[in-house]
Structure formats: structure tokens, C-alpha cells
Design a protein around this ligand. Structure first.
Ligand code: GAR
Length: 209
């Protein structure tokens, strides 16, 4: 059965916030039943923060260097999420490692613009991912939505969507093709979570009817 109560989200980002904008657009037209309670960034000048402010969403900046340790940085990031009383934390181009505290285990998702476990991990973000796919000569790419753990692009996979890599592809063209899939895949994973249909079993995520 479809949920009608909006799921409460925190969005964590470091850059231009295209995924945040996709959430906002889909919330506005009713395709995503959610409320974004807070947007947290490690970069004070991230354009995604502008998008959030424009949409009337509270924003927080947590500077990685100022925090000192990874533990303190993560504590500050998740304190903002806890204060906003969110159900789910969505990493949306959050380009720095964060440790998931116990009370958020299984409640943090990430999207990666490739088919994990290929072309992922530290250093693989944004355009670099698509450039690496082209340089390797892969014939397919895509996107992966997964639960986050304490390693880059590593936790249990919720869903993946594939796209072809074309002979004359550029990183821009491939990125656009993958992003089109991201725009559907992430809201779909959020919807399944909101409907309590995702069961984590070790490295696998079962989608229950
Ligand atoms: C996400 O859509 C995802 O493709 C990518 O960043 C995009 C958002 O960035 N995430 C990763 O590469 C994570 N490894 P943006 O806010 O700059 O548009």
C-alpha cells in the first residue's frame, strides 16, 4: 500500500545539488511523498545550499577540517539530522566520508553514478566516474542506490539501473544518461524505504511485497 505520510529526509551534499533539486521537483509534483527537513553540507559555498534556502529548507554547514577527527565530524553531521528528527538521511553528492552512528544504521542511503562495485570508492565522484568508465572501455554503466556504511560506496545495494555506453560517448553525454536513471532510482528507493519494504540481510537488500 502506498504511504501518504511524507517521510522526513535529511539531504547531505557537497556540490551543485542536482539530486536535491530532483527531490524538490518530485516533491512539488507529487511523485515523491517526502519532506526535506534539513540540508547539511561540508562546503559553505556549495550551490546545493542555495537551492535549499530558496526552497525554505534549513541548512547547516559542518566543516571537515574544523571538526578535526572523522568521529567529531560525523557526530556534528548526525546531530543536525537528529535535531531535525528525520527518518532517512540521503547522501546526494556528499564527497567526504562520514561514520554512521548506531541509531542511524540502515537509515542512510547513497547514490553512486556507476554500477558498484565497479568505478567506485575514494576518488570516484562526479565526472571522474564517467571518464573512468569510458577510459576502461566498459559497454554498460548506470547508477546504484545503496545503504551507506562506514566505507565509500560500499554498503548493501538497494537497486541499480543500467545504461549503455555508446561508441562516441563523452563523459558529459554518459553522465546525462546516467543522471536520468538516478532521477528515478533514488526516489524509488526512498519510496520503498518509506513503505518499510527494504530488508537488509547481510550484504543483500530484499524488497518485500
Ligand atoms: C549525484 O547525483 C551522484 O551522481 C554523485 O553526485 C551527484 C550529485 O552531485 N555522487 C557521487 O559521485 C558519489 N560518489 P551534485 O550535487 O554536484 O550535482
Amino acid at each position: 500500500m502506498a504511504t501518504t505520510t511524507p517521510i522526513r529526509l535529511a539531504v547531505l551534499l557537497s556540490g551543485s545539488g542536482t539530486t536535491l533539486q530532483n527531490f524538490l521537483d518530485r516533491i512539488a509534483d507529487g511523485r515523491l511523498v517526502a519532506r526535506i527537513m534539513t540540508v547539511v553540507s561540508n562546503k559553505a559555498d556549495a550551490f546545493g545550499l542555495e537551492r535549499a534556502r530558496k526552497a525554505g529548507i534549513s541548512t547547516h554547514v559542518v566543516d571537515r577540517k574544523e571538526a578535526g577527527s572523522l568521529g567529531e565530524f560525523s557526530r556534528r553531521v548526525f546531530a543536525s539530522c537528529r535535531d531535525a528528527d528525520v527518518d532517512l538521511v540521503c547522501l546526494a553528492g556528499f564527497m567526504t566520508l562520514v561514520e554512521v552512528p548506531d541509531d542511524f544504521l540502515g537509515r542512510v542511503m547513497n547514490i553512486h553514478p556507476a554500477l558498484i562495485p565497479a568505478f567506485c570508492g575514494k576518488g570516484y565522484y562526479g565526472h571522474r566516474v564517467h571518464e573512468a568508465v569510458l577510459a576502461y572501455g566498459a559497454k554498460v554503466s548506470g547508477c546504484t542506490v545503496h545503504f551507506a556504511d562506514n566505507q565509500y560506496d560500499h554498503g548493501p545495494i538497494i537497486l541499480q539501473r543500467t545504461v549503455p555506453v555508446l561508441d562516441d560517448d563523452t563523459a558529459d553525454a554518459l553522465a546525462a544518461r546516467v543522471f536520468e536513471q538516478e532521477c528515478d532510482a533514488y526516489p524509488e528507493a526512498i519510496r520503498l524505504f518509506a513503505e518499510s519494504r527494504l530488508r537488509i540481510e547481510g550484504r543483500s537488500v530484499r524488497i518485500v511485497p
